[in-house]
Design a protein around this ligand. Structure first.
Ligand code: 5GP
Ligand code: ZN
Length: 116
């Protein structure tokens, strides 16, 4: 999609610090990291969100998760990490190109959510 910032990163039109890439997925450092390790893993194909995946997208979603540990370890989170996929308005997704946040580092990342 031409006006999508993550598609522009895939196409090399916006710079990013890439940490992993293969035919189907790209991982790069978040521009505004929330933890010492904060990587975004995206499908190279534009998928807007988890709310809009098609049946055929299963393999690329699996690949994003299957590569998460390798990426986390390589970036400095050897003892676990958290994966967050914000989805839509309620999930407060800001960038409408599906992405998994991998957050971690040497220390535990903190509580999952503040309770209401
Ligand atoms: P969301 O709220 O959609 O789950 O998260 C979007 C994430 O994308 C945010 O953590 C934000 O810092 C990151 N982000 C937004 N624009 C850019 C960009 O141009 N480059 C990189 N590397 N990260 C971005
Ligand atoms: Zn896109």
């Amino acid at each position: 999609m031409s006006d999508c910032i993550f598609c522009k990163i895939v196409d090399g039109k916006i710079p990013a610090t890439k940490v992993y890439e293969d035919e189907d997925i790209l991982a790069f450092n978040d521009i505004n990291p929330a933890r010492p390790v904060h990587v975004l893993v995206i499908p190279k194909k534009h998928i807007t969100s988890l709310a809009t995946v098609a049946a055929e997208d299963g393999p690329v979603l699996g690949r994003m998760l299957a590569k998460a540990n390798e990426i986390a370890v390589a970036q400095g989170s050897p003892d676990g990490f958290r994966v967050i996929i914000n989805t839509g308005r309620v999930g407060q997704q800001e960038v409408p190109h599906l992405h998994a946040h991998i957050v971690g580092g040497p220390d535990p990342v903190g509580p999952m959510l503040k309770r209401l």
